[in-house]
Design a protein around this ligand. Structure first.
Ligand SMILES: [Cu+2]
Length: 105
């Protein structure tokens, strides 16, 4: 019985230590890419770009700024690519290009 409780304590310790590590791994798997978006003139455009980006499989979130002509996308590594995200915006009818082509590659 004593042995068992020692195991339970050990297991709890291992889980307590590894949980934040695993969470860190998960966060590392998310990539961030910035692109410039041209042709947006109003809030509807912004919503359209945001929706087009968030429709892409693997995209977690997209922030679109009309003032900065910019979109910032968080996506799961390996699920999509910066190029595919740019294409999605272009398909929605806007000019888009990566801010830093090396970022998120
Ligand atoms: Cu508009």
């Amino acid at each position: 019985m004593k042995k068992l409780s020692a195991w339970v304590v050990m297991l709890a310790l291992v889980m307590a230590v590894s949980a934040p590590l695993l969470a860190g791994e998960q966060a590392k798997a998310d990539l961030n890419v910035k692109m410039s978006v041209k042709g947006m003139t109003c809030a509807t455009c912004v919503a359209g770009v945001k929706a087009a980006l968030e429709k892409v499989d693997g995209v977690k979130s997209a922030e679109v700024s009309l003032a900065d002509n910019e979109a910032t996308v968080v996506y799961v590594k390996g699920k999509t690519t910066p190029e595919a995200l740019v294409k999605a915006v272009q398909k929605a009818g806007f000019q888009a290009s990566l801010k830093d082509p090396k970022a998120g590659a």
